[in-house]
Design a protein. Structure first.
Length: 389
């Protein structure tokens, strides 16, 4: 029986707790920083030990907070310093040093070295990995929960988009992988052959290569984690690739703004590519297409383009569902996705559908080089994996 549960998470602030002990701000400086953070984050209360990115923070939000802090305290705070001090307590100490404040209240007499150790202990173990798939050597990153974090025998495989969308989503998926591991899930991201840090030529891989890459990555994380359960998060072009890869025994197949028709994706990339060469926004003169062939900045062969062009999501009719080897099929969509992705509405009829207010703008050329924040999608996917959604 098809399932359709379209919902939109409420936009009001919600309580978000980190794995760290919840400690309220202890002095005026920490209270001021917490107040600034609350202006940008969807949470009601912040622990001084909560990691900014675990609370749904992003690079874009960090820039806004840095600007507010700089104005509030009349100091020059580089963005890199914010990333190096992602909690209220470490940030407050750093700002004191910049302001040369020497008075220390009794409740602040903590050991800075110990706090740094505690912060590191809350992060998962991050293990780079190389593994073989056919003739190529693939690169992946295993986010392994620490002993006190691992609550589940459950692994999560993250399948990236392709082309410029890989670059747009990279940091977002990196931050979400950290959060998943801190919640107890063994999490694995990897680069397809010819992409990222994996071996092979960008234009050399075709769809069948990507299918095998995904199956091999699933086998790898199952072996490394000894997990009894595997879920897959597939973003954009990662979605039809995962479906066609036919990975065995998936608990949750989470399709995040999936590409429904490869032909529509290829056509969109050609439009972006042509506009970049002809609209005099990037170059001073109009430019001709290059040789070898490119698709919006990424080398692609004719055979590779043809194989991606043929990809499409199944109709998700009842007869098709048994072939996907997934117990639960979840569709997570951003703000304008359904209005712009051809054929996407058909997926909502046969998946558990969660619509969010996150705005990513995959289909708008003006955002092709922009990072994005997706706190609502993170929350939905985390709750699905925990069985709480």
């Amino acid at each position: 029986m098809a399932i359709s549960t379209p919902t939109r998470p409420a936009t009001e602030r919600k309580q978000t707790r980190s794995l760290a002990d919840h400690v309220l701000p202890r002095n005026d400086l920490e209270k001021k920083l917490a107040s600034i953070w609350l202006e940008f984050l969807t949470t009601n209360e912040i622990s001084i030990h909560s990691d900014f990115f675990a609370l749904g923070g992003s690079s874009l939000l960090a820039v806004g907070i840095v600007s507010r802090i700089s104005d509030e305290f009349d100091l020059d705070l580089p963005v890199r310093d914010f990333f190096a001090n992602p909690t209220i307590t470490t940030q407050a100490r750093h700002i004191k040093q910049l302001l040369d404040l020497n008075t220390v209240e009794q409740d602040e007499k903590d050991n800075p070295d110990q706090e740094s150790i505690d912060l590191r202990n809350r992060l998962p173990l991050i293990k780079p990995a190389y593994f073989n798939c056919q003739t190529e050597r693939l690169f992946g990153i295993h986010y392994k929960p620490r002993a006190h974090q691992k609550l589940k025998s459950h692994a999560v495989l993250v399948c990236h988009p392709l082309g410029h969308e890989y670059a747009r989503s990279y940091r977002n998926l990196q931050q979400f992988s950290l959060q998943l591991a801190q919640a107890g899930f063994d999490t694995f991201r990897f680069d397809y052959a010819g992409t990222g840090n994996s071996s092979g030529k960008s234009e050399g891989a075709e769809s069948n290569t990507y299918f095998q890459n995904i199956k091999t990555a699933a086998q790898y994380i199952r072996r490394q984690s000894h997990a009894e359960t595997l879920s897959v998060i597939a973003v954009r072009m990662g979605a039809p690739l995962v479906v066609k890869a036919d990975v065995d025994e998936i608990e949750n197949l989470i399709l995040w703004d999936p590409v429904v028709k490869g032909s529509s994706f290829i056509r969109l990339m050609h439009e972006f590519h042509h506009a970049a060469l002809s609209r005099l926004e990037r170059y001073r003169v109009k430019r001709l297409s290059s040789d070898p062939q490119q698709l919006f900045g990424f080398a692609i062969s004719k055979s590779q383009e043809a194989s991606l062009n043929r990809l499409k999501m199944p109709d998700f009719k009842t007869a098709d569902l048994t072939s996907l080897n997934a117990t639960n099929r979840i569709l997570v969509t951003s703000e304008s996705y359904l209005d712009n992705e051809p054929g996407a509405m058909s997926l909502t009829e046969h998946c558990q559908h969660y619509s969010t207010n996150d705005e990513i703008q995959w289909h708008d050329r003006l955002y092709t080089e922009s990072a994005f924040s997706s706190p609502q999608a993170f929350k939905v996917m985390m709750n699905v994996l925990k069985g709480e959604q």
